[in-house]
Design a protein around this ligand. Structure first.
Ligand code: NAD
Length: 353
């Protein structure tokens, strides 16, 4: 028995792979292109483990996919691979179209061909789980109901539009070809191994480096925050018991303004690693011009996954953010490798150009 995970050297995929390999002996094949966001350092503790196989490759490479599917005969494919940073999608949307739409299409086609050739219980029990985002639903006003699984799609950024397109493809492959799919749409994740271009790790690292802590616009944008380990548990649960063709919203029940998040991190750092001059890290907060098309509020109604599958998050924002800040303080080597770019040099050396 094995599962194939794509994007397992990224933030959420990496956490999923680490958790899976510590909880189970089942073989996990980890296919990742190793873009700037992929980091093999995250998987360092798996060295020597025989239930993890790493393959560098693209979800758009149908030949490679067919070979891996034939060789390992996975019982499930979990698709984390994506271009995931909204700001980057504004500056250069083409990679987002290529990976999130065309890549998902090629992956679906390769998986469909593999699944078609299965028989009996192998065919019946096979699952394709697609990991997506709450950003496909667009933006909410302050008093609007949170996004549920039946909220219409209204993506506003090239990133969310490309994820929305991939969700539609996954849905269509189920309805048209019968592919046994599951989709999860989650809110903002945070936790260990988060690439420092995203808000929470950026703020922690900039604070410690004495740099400005940039806040877009008035900082009153609201997000729901989900601890990454809770998200990984939700995915395992959906894989195990989710109803075919269904989508499940995964959220942390933790709505916070960006400004509150940044102030919370500053207060924790003031406690855990006070500034040499005794002043608060909050003094480093700097307001910068808002991002174009910046969604005002996201909120997730995660009652369906709780009702049907019994999953709910274990962490509150307060417990999860404390673990996260502590992790960054304790893992300076991982941080230094990522910020110095040495992990990228190593990757180029290891895998060639
Ligand atoms: N981070 C969040 O808060 C969040 C929230 C909602 C949904 N998601 C979704 O969860 C998934 C994982 O997000 P993340 O934050 O871990 O992203 P990430 O950017 O940290 O990691 C993405 C990984 O995918 C790999 N990848 C990119 N293009 C690829 C390709 N063509 N073929 C194979 N591998 C490729 C990268 O090398 C990287 O390891 C994404 O689909 C994202 O849309 C993320």
């Amino acid at each position: 028995m094995s599962i194939l995970v794509t994007g397992g050297a990224g933030f959420i995929g990496g956490n999923f792979v680490l958790d899976w390999c510590s909880l189970s002996d089942e073989l996990l094949i980890n296919l990742d292109k190793l873009t700037y966001a992929g980091n093999l350092d995250t998987l360092a503790t798996l060295k020597g483990r025989d239930n993890h196989v790493f393959v560098q490759g693209d979800i758009g490479d149908k030949t490679l996919l067919a070979k891996l599917l034939k060789e390992y005969k996975p019982r499930a494919v979990i698709n984390f691979a994506a271009e995931s940073h909204v700001d980057r999608s504004i500056h250069g949307p083409s990679d987002f179209i290529e990976t999130n739409i065309v890549g998902t299409f090629n992956l679906l086609e390769a998986v469909r061909a593999y699944w078609n050739d299965l028989s009996g219980s192998d065919k019946q029990e096979f699952r394709f789980l697609h990991v997506s985002t709450d950003e496909v639903y667009g933006t909410l006003g302050e008093t609007d109901e949170p996004f549920s699984e039946v909220t219409p799609y209204e993506p506003n950024s090239p990133y969310s539009a490309s994820k929305a397109a991939s969700d539609h493809l996954v849905r269509a492959w189920h309805h048209t070809y019968g592919l046994p799919v599951l989709t999860t749409n989650c809110s903002n994740n945070y936790g260990p191994y988060h690439f420092p271009e995203k808000l929470i790790p950026l703020v922690i690292l900039n604070a410690l480096a004495g740099k400005p802590l940039p806040i877009y616009g008035d900082g009153q944008q609201i997000r729901d925050w989900l601890f990454v380990k809770d998200h990984c548990a939700a995915i395992r649960r959906v894989l195990e018991a989710g109803r075919l063709g269904e989508t499940y919203n995964v959220g942390g029940w933790n709505e916070k303004t960006n400004l509150d998040v940044v102030n919370g991190i500053c207060a924790l750092l003031d406690e855990l690693k006070p500034r040499a001059d005794g002043r608060s890290y909050a003094e480093q907060i700097t307001y910068v011009t808002d991002r174009p098309g910046h969604d005002r509020r996201y909120a997730i109604d995660a009652r369906k996954i709780e009702r049907e599958l019994g999953w709910k998050p274990l962490e509150t924002f307060e417990t999860g953010i404390r673990k996260t800040v502590q992790w960054y303080l304790d893992n300076q080597e991982w941080v230094q490798n990522i910020t110095s770019g040495s992990y990228r040099e190593w990757t180029a050396k290891q895998y060639g150009a």
